[in-house]
Design a protein around this ligand. Sequence first.
Ligand code: GRF
Length: 195
Amino acid sequence: MTKPLPIAVFISGRGSNLQAILNAIESGLVSAQVKVVISDRPGALGLECAQKNHIPAYGLDVTSFDSKRDYECEVVRLLHIHGVELVVLAGYMRIVSETLLQAYLNKIINIHPSLLPAFKGLHTHERALKLGVKFSGCTVHYVNEGLDEGQIIAQAVVPVLPSDTVETLSERVLKEEHRLLPEVIQSIALDISRR
Ligand code: GRF
């Protein structure tokens, strides 16, 4: 049996994707171990989920650092301390800059709640509904210096119904996020273990 892939999960909010990853690991669908959870918001709800699961969790207030570079240096230090090999952005609402990108080149993935390259950035569901798209979904992609850019790894599609509100659409998409992100982590873990 191969060693579980040591990963970090970055969050900014409630952490339902983090919980989905932990569930998938727990049920043996994903061969990974969440070594550390990092949030750019010290009050993020998802940090409690990490603590409940006895995972080291850090809420770092970016404004308490002299620069974004200093903030990312601290993040990289924590990742190294915890032996992280893959960084998973799961609802992490901050653009990743050079310091972190260079330290984890092609080893950072993100989940975005739209079918990229449509609706990069914020308020994806509002914009999708306003424009009248008939399908939406979510995308897992490698992270580069752009906003929601980088090589697409996997996507899941959901229908957009005429009766949809932001709440119903985001709920439908989130369900797919919870399935897709663990699946991608597992396929990367398998790839790495075969190298
Ligand atoms: C998800 O929809 C994610 O794609 C988006 O923010 C939401 C985070 O949800 N960027 P959660 O914190 O994982 O519950």
